[in-house]
Design a binder for this molecule. Structure first.
Ligand SMILES: NC(=O)c1ccc[n+]([C@@H]2O[C@H](COP(=O)([O-])OP(=O)(O)OC[C@H]3O[C@@H](n4cnc5c(N)ncnc54)[C@H](O)[C@@H]3O)[C@@H](O)[C@H]2O)c1
Length: 392
């Protein structure tokens, strides 16, 4: 008997299907790889707000269906909704009981779409950050609980082997009690200037990028964030008409289950030179009373240099296509995270096989941090207390 799933996909941008030639993003490659590896028939219902998005999406998915040899397994259709979830729901006619929603729209629109889809009892995966405001994330948490319909947040670093190793080593007590952690995370100027120029000023570099390492520390240590202070600079992007911070430096204090406090410093920027040898420069260092764990996440030891291209630092672990039998498959922690969600839905929300996926409740910690980081920036870098009472 055919296994059949319907995926409601909101957003068809860079993260869904890529921008340039030979770049296919992460979400479509993950959905198609899941269909191939599990012989699942999947129909993707795409919410489209602009006509040319449908054209780009069709080109990318048709190429991918061929590349992965899944023409028989994966189909798609569009719902033109002009950016409105109400229009989408009105036009949406479900053909299948087993369904899953994936939301990948600009950061400030996550809440609008998630609220409407969860009210229709569609289990959701929302790209990070869940929302920019804590009260919105709490609203989604309560809706999810009351409707018995899960919401997960796509913090894909939870699936990176470096962080899995770090979590296991930390939990075994190898480095003792944590004292401090630090990260520098940057992306090229082309990200705010070209890719996200329409919405870069509705979010900030910490909410968009730095938040990954907030969730990473929560995942590794199970600690709770207690207070935050931040500084930021506006010099480059503002001159290009984008009113948002170029870089943000965030100082965050955590408390472990046994009441030990430690510090995390995250320095993030999206004005790295476009000549950088990788899209992201990133690392994580966690220092404890008995040792340290250092994750170098840009230079993973794999480089490509040709007569036509400068040296590129390749990340073979995130989202990458590899040859597979006579065809191809995508692998990596970006793919694993989305496939884990689909698998979870296909097996009736059973997370017992792999509990790394970030639940809506877990994501409240990172949303609390980004909201209060922004508050600190507006209040002359004051320390802002984070008081997250999850029972309320
Ligand atoms: N690019 C990445 O590597 C990456 C990685 C992880 C997560 N994310 C997150 O994914 C989300 C999307 O990022 P992206 O890189 O695809 O951005 P993008 O700007 O390339 O794509 C955004 C998509 O949302 C659509 N959209 C805009 N307004 C809409 C509305 N009102 N209703 C419905 N659709 C609307 C756009 O048409 C476009 O298809 C962001 O929250 C980002 O933080 C991106």
């Amino acid at each position: 008997m055919d296994k059949y799933l319907e995926i409601i996909l909101i957003g068809s941008g860079y993260y869904v299907c890529g921008k340039n030639k030979n770049n296919y993003g992460t979400i479509l490659p993950a959905i198609l790889s899941f269909a191939k590896l599990n012989s699942f028939k999947i129909n993707i219902v795409v919410g489209i707000n602009k006509k040319n998005s449908a054209e780009t999406f069709s080109i990318k998915i048709d190429q991918l269906r061929k590349i992965l040899s899944v023409e028989d397994l994966v189909s798609y259709e569009f719902i033109y909704c002009e950016g409105s979830p109400v229009n989408f729901i009105t036009k949406y006619n479900s053909k299948c009981d087993l369904k899953a929603g994936i939301i990948s729209v600009p950061d400030h629109l996550h809440f609008l779409w998630a609220e409407h889809l969860i009210k229709s009892k569609i289990p959701l995966l929302v790209v990070k950050p869940l929302t920019l405001k804590l009260k919105d994330s709490i609203k989604l948490f309560n809706l999810s609980k009351n409707l018995s319909t899960p919401i997960y947040v796509e913090f894909h670093k939870r699936f990176d082997r470096q962080l899995k190793f770090t979590k296991d080593s930390f939990q075994k007590g190898l480095i003792g009690d944590p004292l401090y952690a630090f990260t520098e995370y940057t992306q090229k100027k082309e990200v705010p200037l070209e890719n996200f120029k329409n919405w870069a000023n509705f979010t900030n570099i910490f909410s968009y990028l730095g938040v990954h390492y907030v969730d990473a520390i929560r995942y590794i240590t199970a600690a709770v964030p207690k207070r935050v202070s931040a500084t930021g600079q506006k010099q480059f992007l503002i001159k290009h008409g984008i009113d948002t911070y170029d870089t943000i430096q965030c100082n965050l204090e955590w408390e472990t289950n046994n009441k030990k406090r430690f510090n995390q410093i995250i320095v993030c920027s999206w004005i790295e030179s476009n000549q950088s040898s990788a899209m992201s420069k990133q690392d994580l260092h966690l220092i404890g009373t008995n040792g340290r764990l250092d994750c170098e996440q840009k230079d993973r030891g794999l480089k490509l240099l040709t007569d036509n291209t400068a040296t590129e630092d390749i990340n073979p672990d995130f989202t990458r296509m590899y040859s597979y039998n006579e065809s191809n498959i995508f692998e990596g922690y970006g793919i694993d995270s989305v496939m884990n969600f689909i698998n979870n839905i296909a097996s009736n929300y059973s997370q017992t096989k792999d509990s790394r996926l970030c639940s809506v409740k877990e994501s409240l910690f990172s949303t609390a941090v980004i909201e209060n980081c922004f508050k600190s920036l507006k209040q002359n870098s004051e320390w802002i207390k984070i008081d997250l009472n999850l029972e309320s």
